[in-house]
Design a protein around this ligand. Sequence first.
Ligand code: EZ4
Ligand code: CO
Length: 404
Amino acid sequence: MRIDSAEVIVTSPGRNYVTLKLTTDTGVTGLGDATLNGRELAVVSYLRDHVCPQLIGKDASRITDIWEYLYKGAYWRRGPVTMTAIAGVDCALWDILGKATGRPVHELLGGAVRDGVLVYGHANGQTIDDVLADVGRYLEAGYRAIRVQASVPGLDSTYGIHHDGTGHTYEPADARYPTENVWDSAAYLRFAPELMAAVRAEHGYDFHLLHDVHHRLTPREAARLGKSLEPFDMFWIEDATPAEDQTAFELIRAHTVTPLAVGEVFNSIWDCRHLISNRLVDYIRCSVSHTGGITHLRKIFDLAALYGVRTGSHGAGDLSPVSFAAALQLDLAVPNFGIQEYMGHLSPAEEVFKTAYRFEDGYMKPGDRPGLGVEIDEEAAARYAYEPKSLPVNRLRDGTIHDW
Ligand code: EZ4
Ligand code: CO
């Protein structure tokens, strides 16, 4: 079973997605997501110009060998572009192996160790009242875990608030000039406990409550936030500080028992090792498509299992349905699964990606189609041309660039 063709499909059904499609000489196709939000074309070039030509003729069933070949063979290691490209190849190969053997990928990973994948949805709003209503809608829909974000009073724009009722928080902008937001940590730190108190007062404690800080605080501020949220029994606070400064987590840990989650901007096990092996985080949030695919993410999850760290994979809408399906396959198979983010996809994406997973009673079921369980309609994909867009940039009130 040799790889006969490797094609990169770029489409924008609501937002941009990069998909790698591999086809074998036996006629089996596999899909992998290779989307890196705001930097999509860098991965497209990495794949088309450098990786795809090297795949032709390779034995598609030698997944680990191809992974090592692309990782070690490039000499230049790690980084989001490289690891997203490798992830695209890796997931497509798992998809092929599944289809060739007639098995869903989770069976090839050792089989399901649970019946469904606990997911959390994104409730948000401009005001606390808007958020309370949105949380109510998620509970009504059957969610058992909900991430809550609200506009910080006094700021024009806050991360995590959708503007169009879709749940999607991506802020469209001209690619050359990202939207610029103003950020104020003091205002946020005053507001966050008020928000979580209101959510618990209105809706009680019988569901998991999550919150994304999105890398904006100093370690001391993060420690204070964690402490101030302890009464509200958070499932986690996510990305409390920019996580490249990893000893920062010692300070946060010393002051709060609010669980910590980190990892959506990591791309290899080396980014995770210190935090995991020193038990500085409770959940590791790497995504299958930014961390070298199923093969490498499985290693990260197995390392985490040694230290009692659970998984909580990134699942934003800027990762395609192919990525989400791959995440579900892995989530189902690892003993130390914690939770899976589920933001969903805009409706045009459903024309392009035909998925088998379904939401049921707070859990996601991946279905039992062979492989990852997603097909692409290439004619539909061709109707949605790539649209250059950037993520926003944050500045403090005095104009200083800050983490977004
Ligand atoms: O901002 O995926 O937890 N989810 C997030 C996301 C990220 C986007 C960046 O592309 O933090 O909304
Ligand atoms: Co996040």
